[in-house]
Design a protein around this ligand. Structure first.
Ligand code: HEC
Ligand code: HEC
Length: 377
């Protein structure tokens, strides 16, 4: 199921035009990279409107090893998950993530006393609520799809529009968001926690050097410490570490299709995403233009429809897809990506091949961290 050579060239030409390619660049550089610009004429019958020199270095190596293996140069763009350090030897680090785990499940951090982080990021269902958009305080329907908290700790920015730099800062958002957990102020949250002796103890253990450890910033730090443990290594990581039997031949074929059509230009690195912003609708405008993405954060016109490229780890489990929840299945999501981001109409066989590989990106949940812990009194 090799795409035809012309589509090959087109996909790569576009990919080069569309995105920054250097996998070694720091997130800060990526963030500053200019918006992706589509080649003006894109269809599978026209020549790529991109300087040949931009394409040559990639084609010189050939996107796929003719022997049937995956080109090692392209494979090097992906990295396995880093192991999470065990905290056993560091009681303070352990106390911090234990506290974060309690706070993650704590409904008293919501105005109604009913919603916790876990309501929308259910750890048993791969860190999502499987709804197109989430329902928050007083049954208000939010406008965005809840992304998974698994592997979020490693993302270069948080939220679909990247408005928080890391999970520690991110965690302070939803509690005070009127459409999410609805608490009136950080001071009100701190007052709730200070009235629960078990939490006062927990914050003391987690932040032993602080004179007044129960603070809103420390709440963010504790939840962040817990989230950084929510990683899901799986067969894909074994494959990258050299165990070529870890994927079936159909999954390897799917990976090759993914590489051939150019998806990896944006979905790259350790998380197959979560390393850059890109315009949604690079080639063909996205059907839903209501949410303008990063434009709403930076007010810069160049950020119109710029969204964080999400991770593809566990994507099989996190339907529906996109910031607006507009794709109910992976088949539809892949077809839309090809059309809007690459200007390609994939055959049903290509779509199903890619989806077969995406399914292999499902990792193992850290079972010991999932259950709701006993909450302090
Ligand atoms: C009412 C549902 C809801 C609740 C409750 C909620 N979230 Fe979220 N969360 C969302 C939605 C929706 C988004 C995406 C919002 C956006 O991008 O603007 C999100 C985004 C995130 C992200 C960013 C992930 C990424 O890949 O960008 C993290 C991390 C996260 N939430 C953690 C938490 C934590 C921690 C809590 C509890 C303090 C929490 N959430 C409470 C719905 C919720
Ligand atoms: C030019 C960059 C770019 C290219 C190329 C690209 N994507 Fe994406 N992808 C994105 C962005 C940006 C989003 C987030 C869209 C949003 O905000 O709704 C995304 C979202 C997705 C999602 C939804 C994930 C989720 O959790 O909701 C899937 C699945 C996906 N891409 C797969 C692919 C596949 C397969 C290809 C190749 C056919 C591809 N992408 C090509 C940038 C890209």
């Amino acid at each position: 199921m090799e795409p035809t050579p012309i589509r090959h060239v087109l996909a790569f030409a576009l990919a080069v035009a569309a995105c920054t390619q250097d996998a070694d660049r720091s997130p800060a550089t990526r963030q500053a990279a200019p918006a992706a610009t589509p080649a003006p004429t894109v269809s599978s019958s026209s020549a790529p409107a991109v300087a040949a020199s931009a394409v040559a270095p990639i084609l010189a190596h050939g996107p796929v090893d003719p022997g049937g293996g995956v080109n090692p140069r392209l494979l090097r763009r992906f990295q396995p998950l880093a192991p999470v350090p065990a905290n056993d030897a560091d009681p303070v680090a352990q106390a911090k993530s234990d506290l974060g785990r309690q706070l993650f499940h704590e409904p008293r951090l919501s105005k109604s006393g009913r919603l916790s982080c876990n309501s929308c990021h259910n750890l048993r269902t791969y860190g999502v609520d499987n709804a197109p958009t989430s329902t928050g305080h007083a049954n208000q329907l939010g406008s965005r799809n809840s992304p998974t908290v698994y592997n979020a700790g490693g993302a270069f920015a948080q939220f679909w529009d990247g408005r928080a730099p890391n999970v520690e800062e991110q965690a302070k958002g939803p509690i005070l968001n009127g459409a999410e957990m609805g608490m009136p102020s950080a001071a009100a949250v701190v007052a709730v926690l200070k009235a629960i002796p078990g939490y006062v103890e927990g914050f003391k253990r987690a932040f032993p050097d602080d004179g007044d450890p129960v603070t809103y910033d420390n709440l963010g730090r504790a939840i962040g410490a817990f989230e950084r443990k929510l990683v899901t290594p799986g067969r894909w990581d074994k494959f990258l570490e050299g165990d070529k039997q870890a994927l079936t031949s159909a999954e390897v074929e799917g990976l090759k299709t993914f590489l051939n059509v150019g998806c990896m230009v944006c979905h790259t690195g350790r998380y197959l995403g979560a390393s850059m912003f890109e315009r949604l609708g690079v080639v063909e405008p996205w059907p839903n233009q209501k949410d303008k993405g990063r434009l709403e954060v930076t007010k810069a016109d160049g950020d119109r429809m710029m969204f964080k490229v999400p991770t593809l780890r566990n994507v099989e489990k996190t339907a529906p897809y996109f910031h607006d929840g507009s794709a109910a299945t992976l088949d539809v999501a892949v077809q839309m990506m090809a059309r809007h981001q690459l200007g390609l109409e994939l055959t049903p066989a290509e779509v199903s091949s890619i989806v077969t590989w995406l399914d292999a990106l499902t990792g193992d949940l850290p079972v010991e961290l999932i259950a709701k812990p006993e909450l302090p009194r």
